[in-house]
Design a protein around this ligand. Structure first.
Ligand code: MV4
Length: 505
């Protein structure tokens, strides 16, 4: 069994991994950039080492430094979390060359899935449905045009080295293909150092449904059901849920079986996700993510499995002690990503110091956070502050629970996605489960605050006064919670009580 692990990450996921290690009796070693010196993932780990200044390129992305720290700390394994070095085959190889265990699949699996054309070829060979399209990159704009005319319009030009939507262009006619080819190829070359482009038929208004897979080192592969991730903006997911609101048991089984075939075809090991586009009962392989994902908690809640614990077990050579038939999905889980972005200014990143934090609680509520009061939010890292996850017997109850939990949340000092997420919980299409990847674009009304500035200010004042009256006697009036979340820098006279009266209560 692994006895010690270096967590090559920061924020909520680093803390999540440190917690799992503690429960398994594994010594955890955190790393931190200068501004993260006092971050929760550092304080909760058994040991912590500095790795450099704030920019990720000089800290969390320094593979050589991380491996050196792992050696110095005498750990057995490195857990990369997500982002940063999690899907860098060369880093995984360097970790293994240093005689350490990389918690993830084999480096060759990471490399194969990182190349989208290669991944597609392997999936076709394994009998996994893919979007009609090419299995090779095209040579030039004329080649792209010929291929598009054969496939039929509209088509999507994609970067072979791609991911995350970079180097993607939709084309509705031959001229658009030629123009799109040049732009996509240039963008892909800039982003990935690889300008190869291939084509697929463009699937309009699909849903993004992904299957969690898990494999041990002995050839056993299972799937843990799906996550619906359609509520996203520019490839950043905002809400994820399990199960998907409308997938039938037969569709789930078919997608699950396809995902297991996909994983088996690349000798998968550990936690992985097979992404699909879904439309009208058809589904198509999109890509495979060879890491633990941000949204893994919704799967944990409906399966009762601890995925990080299973990553440790599988990396230690333990076999999965359950089979596909033992995997039962119960209830409904929803995750909301609390990000430091201002939904009412086009999701512009917001910076500042977290001045107040009250975390929601109660039954069926989970908070995976990496922040505390006094934490400074900068532009150096991605804006994910925390994940609020709820679990309830069915979807309607989960939505009600999420709305309640978001009302309880108090997070001030930066603007956050929370008020936007709260408004989604009341929105009719969301409530009906009528989702697609265009959901956010198709609901621009959610991008304005529900209160006018004047109402907002009046409510804030009333809220602050009422809170003073009610504190210690009743639950804080509901209006204050909603208002306080949008009131990052506004004070009556000190936060949020009048004068110092509260002290004498
Ligand atoms: C597609 C597609 C429609 N048709 N492929 C987005 C990034 C990369 N993972 C693949 N993506 C897409 N591929 C075909 N043939 C639409 C998208 C897409 C998307 C997919 C999943 C989640 C969000 C998305 C947002 C925009 C476009």
């Amino acid at each position: 069994m692994i006895r010690s692990v270096l967590v090559a990450n920061r924020g909520e996921i680093a803390l999540r991994i440190v917690r799992a290690a503690r429960e398994r009796g594994i010594r955890s070693v955190a790393v931190y950039s200068e501004p993260d010196r006092m971050a929760p993932h550092v304080l909760e780990a058994d040991e912590a080492y500095p790795i450099g200044p704030a920019p990720a390129s000089q800290s969390y992305l320094r593979g050589d430094v991380l491996i050196e720290v792992a050696r110095r700390a005498g750990v057995d394994a490195i857990h990369p979390g997500y982002g940063f070095l999690a899907e860098r085959a060369d880093f995984a190889r360097a970790v293994e060359s240093a005689g350490l265990c990389f918690i993830g699949p084999a480096p060759d699996t990471i490399a194969a899935m990182g190349d989208k054309v290669e991944a597609r070829r392997r999936m076709v060979a394994a009998g996994v449905p893919v979007v009609p399209g090419l299995t090779d990159a095209v040579a030039d704009a004329a080649g792209a045009r010929r291929a598009a005319e054969e496939l039929g319009f509209p088509v999507l030009l994609k970067a072979a080295a791609g991911g995350g939507g970079k180097g993607m262009r939709v084309a509705h006619d031959p001229a658009e293909v030629e123009r799109g080819y040049e732009a996509a190829s240039r963008e892909a070359l800039g982003a990935f150092g690889d300008g190869r482009i291939y084509l697929e038929r463009f699937v309009e208004r699909p849903r993004h449904i992904e299957i969690q897979v898990f494999a041990d080192a002995h050839g056993h592969v299972v799937h843990l059901g799906e996550r619906e991730c359609s509520v996203q903006r520019r490839h950043q997911k905002l809400i994820e849920e399990a199960p998907s609101p409308t997938l039938t048991p037969r569709e789930r089984e078919a997608m699950g079986e396809a995902a297991v075939r996909a994983a088996a075809a690349v000798d998968y090991r550990g936690a992985g996700t097979v992404e699909f586009l879904y439309r009208g009962g058809d589904f198509y392989f999109l890509e495979m993510n060879t890491r633990l994902q941000v949204e893994h908690p919704v799967t944990e809640l409906v399966t009762g499995l601890d995925l990080v614990d299973w990553q440790f077990l599988v990396a230690s050579g333990e076999p999965l002690d359950f089979e596909q038939a033992d995997v039962r999905l119960t209830g409904h889980a929803i995750e909301c990503r609390i990000t430091s972005e201002d939904p009412y200014s086009g999701f512009l990143p917001s910076t500042g110091t977290i001045s107040h934090l009250e975390v929601p609680g109660g039954p069926g509520v989970r908070w995976d956070g990496g922040i505390q009061r006094g934490h400074e939010v900068t532009l150096h890292y991605d804006p994910l502050l925390a994940k609020l996850i709820v679990f309830a017997p069915d979807r309607a109850a989960a939505i009600a629970r999420m709305a309640r939990a978001l009302d309880e949340l108090v997070l001030t000092g930066v603007q956050t996605s929370a008020p936007y997420l709260r408004s989604v919980m009341d929105e009719q299409d969301f409530r009906r489960g009528d989702l697609s990847i265009a959901y956010m674009e198709e609901h621009p009304e959610l991008l304005s605050p529900s209160l006018s500035e004047r109402e907002f200010l009046a409510a804030a004042i009333a809220g602050a006064l009422l809170e003073d009256e009610y504190r210690g006697r009743h639950r804080t009036p509901r209006i204050t919670a909603g208002v306080r979340n949008g009131m990052s820098d506004w004070r009556t006279s000190g936060w949020p009580w009048r004068g110092n009266e509260w002290k004498s209560r």
